[in-house]
Design a protein. Structure first.
Length: 189
């Protein structure tokens, strides 16, 4: 085996062995609660979209979290449906730049007219709105998963504006978060 290939194989193997230890020790003990949704449970009509053939109240759920790691300078909150028949899932919510002292959001904080703290704003969801957009899977599909995630971020603001897509927010959040915690609720019709 050539030296360069042997070096690559050894360093790749070392990375694979060390990577889980690094990730595990870098994580804090974040927790996420909601009075409106529960992990593995069906969502109520309050969190269902109003439009696209759905008749819900389109209210983002109340969320509260704790245990953010040291160095957290802001939070990102997302809601994502990995089961949407798009080939890329469906971004229902992407709230960015929540100040680091934020530990909860009331029900309907994802509304277009909700007064968000500091420099926080809603990026574009896949309904093409700067707001929370509730569940609305195709009629007859098995219940979809809706992953609500709070990311602890090491920067006060992301280098994006209100035109950013949920996918772009997800890129920054998934690649730079200090920690994250999720609730995965379900909904079908």
């Amino acid at each position: 085996m050539p030296n360069a290939l042997r070096y690559f194989a050894l360093t790749s193997a070392a990375f694979l062995v060390a990577a889980p230890l690094t990730v595990g020790t870098a994580r804090a003990e974040m927790s996420l609660q909601s009075s409106d949704i529960a992990d593995g449970q069906l969502m109520e009509m309050e969190q269902v979209f109003s439009g696209f053939g759905c008749d819900g109240a389109n209210l983002s759920p109340a969320l509260s979290w704790s245990g953010a790691p040291e160095g957290t300078k802001s939070f990102v909150v997302t809601a994502y449906d990995p089961d949407a028949p798009t080939g890329s899932g469906w971004w229902h919510w992407a709230l960015v730049n929540l100040p680091a002292d934020t530990t909860e959001l009331p029900k309907s904080a994802g509304a277009i007219d909700f007064d968000l703290p500091g420099k926080a704003f809603n990026a574009r969801n896949d309904y093409s709105q700067n707001a929370f957009g509730g569940a609305c899977p195709p009629q007859g599909d098995a219940p979809h998963r809706y992953v609500f995630t709070v990311f602890a971020m090491p920067q006060e603001t992301l280098p994006i504006d209100e035109t950013a897509s949920g996918a772009l927010v997800g890129f920054y959040a998934n690649n730079t978060a200090l920690d994250r915690v999720s609730i995965t609720a379900k909904y079908g019709r």
